[in-house]
Design a protein around this ligand. Structure first.
Ligand code: HEC
Length: 128
């Protein structure tokens, strides 16, 4: 129950924030990093930041790195899948990273759900 509500809230908040953004910033933001760069910086490899954080071993530096890279993810367009799904997933990741950085309760659980490699790759990663 609680977990589902947190999740719904995170997505709702995320989508809400995203919708607001264009009104606030005049020019659309360009992503600083490509999807590939974000994956390499945070997800790839056994000692990846994402893996460490998921195990509850994240450090303040890890969270800062997440906040450096995750904002770019949603600004990119994936080769595959629909935009609403991409926005929801990438916003959930970014919000989870922000929550982790602020040591909010439940942040780790939220991040674990948001960083679901398979779920996202299945929908948005082109098979090569
Ligand atoms: C929010 C969606 C999303 C999540 C979550 C996600 N990925 Fe990805 N990932 C992508 C997309 C999209 C690509 C394809 C990028 C491209 O080819 O342009 C990708 C590509 C990759 C690549 C290939 C990058 C390269 O070197 O070319 C690796 C490795 C990778 N992801 C690892 C992971 C791992 C490990 C996780 C889980 C810890 C993960 N990803 C979670 C969306 C996601």
């Amino acid at each position: 129950m609680y977990r589902i509500r947190t999740w719904t809230l995170t997505v709702a908040l995320g989508v809400g924030l995203f919708t607001l953004t264009p009104a606030v910033s005049a020019a659309p933001d360009k992503p600083k990093y490509s999807i590939e760069e974000v994956m390499k910086a945070l997800h790839k490899g056994d000692d990846a930041v994402g893996k460490r954080v998921t195990k509850g071993q994240g450090t303040k530096e890890d969270y800062k790195k997440m906040l450096e890279y995750y904002p770019s993810l949603g600004l990119n367009k994936p080769d595959k899948g629909d935009a609403a799904s991409w926005t929801a997933k990438t916003t959930a990741l970014l919000n989870a990273a922000k929550a982790l950085d602020k040591s909010e309760p439940g942040a780790l659980e939220t991040y674990k759900k948001a960083v679901n490699c398979k779920a996202c790759h299945k929908e948005h990663k082109e098979d090569k």
